[in-house]
Design a protein around this ligand. Sequence first.
Ligand code: G16
Length: 564
Amino acid sequence: MSLSSVVVTTTPFEGQKPGTSGLRKKVKVFMEKHYTENFIQSIFNALGDKVKGSTLIVGGDGRYFSKQAINIIIRIASANGVAKLIIGQLGILSTPAVSSLIRTHNVLGGIVLTASHNPGGIRNDFGIKYNIENGGPAPDSVSDAIYENTKKITEYRTTPKLETDRLIDIIGTTTFNVDGRDFVVEIIDSAINYVSLMKEIFDFPKLRTVIRGTETRPAFNVLIDSMNGVTGVYVRRIFVEELGASPDHNVCRIIPLDNFGEIHPDPNLTYAKDLVDKVKDNEEYDLGAAFDGDGDRNMIIGKKAFFVTPSDSLAVLANNLQCIPYFQKNGVHGFARSMPTAAAVDRVASKLGKEMFEVPTGWKYFGNLMDAGRLSLCGEESFGTGSDHIREKDGIWAVLAWLSIIEHKNMSVEDILKEHWSTYGRNYFTRYDYEECESDAANQMMAHLEQTIASKDFVGKSYTFGGKTYTVSQADNFSYVDPIDNSVAKNQGIRVLFEDGSRLIYRLSGTGSSGATIRVYIDSYEKENVLTDAQVVLKPLVEIGLEISQLKKFTGRDAPTVIT
Ligand code: G16
């Protein structure tokens, strides 16, 4: 049967500006009449003629409202001349899996339905993100074009009679005829493409010996926590079916739930406390790992919950990439980290003679460098680690990389870290998050900081707390010029740098859905004193950071919501 598209009149919604990674709002906002339709049509409008005859990948972490959003996307795509949608079964695709599929199928891009680590369910968050043809998040230029379109949209095209009921439930291909053209919807297994990519990158038989043990080497006991997010699908295939992990003892929360079981699917010490407690209480576990809702973030802990900061994780991986087949084959080019990430990896880059890049917060800033062949491994303090195998950070990849190093070195997580610090010294790092502050108060605090760092006697000023004195050597609002296309990203966070190399950084998060989240990053390097508790070492700098920002005065907050 031939179907006809129709034009629906609409008016713009305020605030459809993509944040650090896509548009994230409460589910009830996306449910408003025309809200989701407007945003999807604005993506197509921003893409222009490229949409006609194109193929797109669609999927996400399966959170509440995903299925409704996918049905909207199918109908609007069909009416805008898209030739084909490749969709994960039941709408399930992790963010790294979308990136991989875009690259494997060489298609125009993908639409990822996730609010990442933000809670899900009818009362919580939903999100829509557009990824470009290299598989990575849209750069600012594309996000800005989408936003401009949301501000002036007057109509969207859709095919109301296209039957989407249960379409995404079963693997297979359906061809519709819309406005005289073929429109194909292919529903695929959510994991096959990603699993085969991981098998190309890593030596699975070797990793299996780590998990199962051998006659000469005991099994390395892992506990992998999917936090009820999308990675459950991939963890079952990879860790249980391929690598022989026990479904009862080595993995947990691996069934994706549309509300994540009412937890906050964010792999850090606060929100992944269940995992931390299990590994702490049960000494048989050698490694614990957790992922966020859409599978791009990871947290690694060792025996007795020994915490590996994401900045250290990146540095350790950088130092040991040669044991991973992918890097043996492709070589190791440069390294990169986001600006607030501690500079542990910089020391590895300098020792190995590799290029090192410091970019603003947001995985999208790594894409150009990877496409240009100048970047192999990168990471962020926000629990993101990844390589140029795709253009998103990749939680499962990070754990497989860690297991490869463990196989190679035959050492515990803690000993690997201690060995690393004894070679390179240690970047002590912590981040204080103040979630859901009043937006006005947060903005006033940032304005106060701008003023403070601009005052002429700020550089050279000394601050003392607990017997430690830090003298300001430089202060600015970070801006970045992309070395590949010369695009400029300004106002990416206030940096206060001290004479001994310590840093205080202040940013407002770009991933929340309501109010403002203030992030304060505290970073200090020690060459010799590498085994002290991080919170003890950083306490004076934390207090100085609070004093400079007057955070308590502006926000009324006595304590952070999350410390990592
Ligand atoms: C996103 C971005 C990351 C960024 C993180 C935190 O992660 O992809 O690159 O580091 O947000 O951003 P912010 O500090 O602005 O909240 P995800 O996992 O939420 O997609």
